[in-house]
Design a protein around this ligand. Structure first.
Ligand code: HEC
Ligand code: HEC
Length: 256
């Protein structure tokens, strides 16, 4: 962690000296053409890229956190809450909070189309995060930008998939229905009743942090991701229920 801070101060020093091997492009395109463009220029102004990368970039160093997998993965309301207080969504987070993005307005540089887009996004955020969000808060534009980050298929790793002997079967309607019931009881609170995500990520799209094959989903549920807030279910639910949940999640994510 101290090394991350070092990196930030290095970036600041860099700006102050206006050096560091050429000009740093802070402003992005001169006339932002979309809400995401506005968000991008705020992202660069706040030097989010000192710890993360810009767009699809692969991290330059081990200290950088790639956002590629996470951008579109979490709902807009999650990102909004995370920017205001990262520990509200990731209890162990070491990312700084960004209160200024909630007090500053980007209204002066908007077009009608951007305003419309921002109003729609703010409405989604209000519903998902149950917070006040006004369309012109800078955080709304930053969320719009983050949401454009999607995994670059060329950099996605194809993991070896072990063969499942028995277990989850998404074509088995009974198993899927049992999984739906178990999901409502144990998982909906974090992943949303319709699986589109809240504290935990969306489970019905085709983007996966830990892999979307049956065996990968099953293994994620069984071991959980305790460091990031997904409990381990192995000892709570047992193998049969986990198979049902896996079948249900797989079937649902392939039904849209
Ligand atoms: C000092 C380093 C640092 C800076 C600066 C920083 N972040 Fe982060 N960020 C982190 C770390 C560490 C994580 C992983 C922990 C977490 O998710 O909160 C993270 C995670 C994220 C995530 C992904 C959520 C997740 O859980 O993986 C998003 C989105 C994000 N940051 C956006 C931003 C934005 C936007 C800015 C600038 C306004 C920013 N970050 C600035 C360190 C930083
Ligand atoms: C307390 C909140 C919480 C609960 C309850 C919860 N999860 Fe999660 N879940 C998360 C979080 C947070 C992540 C994201 C982990 C990460 O970012 O690496 C996650 C990730 C996942 C993933 C991986 C998604 C991916 O993209 O690879 C699966 C699958 C999953 N959860 C299934 C379940 C199931 C099934 C249940 C119920 C038995 C459940 N979760 C209950 C918070 C929760």
């Amino acid at each position: 962690m101290p090394r991350v801070f070092l990196q930030v101060s290095a970036a600041v020093a860099c700006l102050q000296l206006l050096g560091c091997g050429g000009q740093r492009q802070v402003a992005g395109p001169p006339e932002p053409e979309s809400l995401a463009d506005v968000g991008r220029s705020i992202y660069l102004r706040e030097q989010c890229d000192s710890c993360h990368t810009v767009e699809h970039g692969v991290p330059d160093s081990d200290e950088q956190v790639s956002l590629v997998k996470y951008g579109g993965r979490y709902p807009a309301g999650w990102h909004f809450a995370h920017l205001r207080d990262p520990t509200s969504t990731v209890p162990a987070s070491t990312m700084p909070a960004y209160p200024q993005l909630f007090s500053q307005s980007f209204a002066p540089i908007t077009t009608d189309a951007m305003r419309l887009e921002a109003e729609e996004l703010a409405a989604v955020i209000r519903e998902q995060a149950l917070v006040d969000a006004s369309w012109d808060q800078e955080a709304v534009a930053v969320v719009a930008y983050i949401r454009t980050f999607t995994p670059d298929p060329t950099t996605q790793q194809v993991e070896a998939t072990p063969v499942l002997v028995a277990g989850p079967d998404p074509s088995n309607a009974v198993q899927v229905a049992d999984g739906a019931a178990a999901f409502a009881m144990n998982c909906a609170v974090c992943h949303g009743a319709d699986l589109t995500g809240f504290v935990g990520p969306n489970l019905r799209d085709d983007v996966w942090i830990h892999g979307g094959e049956l065996v990968q989903i099953k293994s994620t549920i069984a071991t959980g991701v305790p460091s990031r807030g997904c409990p381990s279910w192995k000892h709570v639910l047992g193998d049969v229920k986990i198979d049902q949940l896996t079948a249900f999640i797989y079937a649902t994510s392939h039904s849209d």
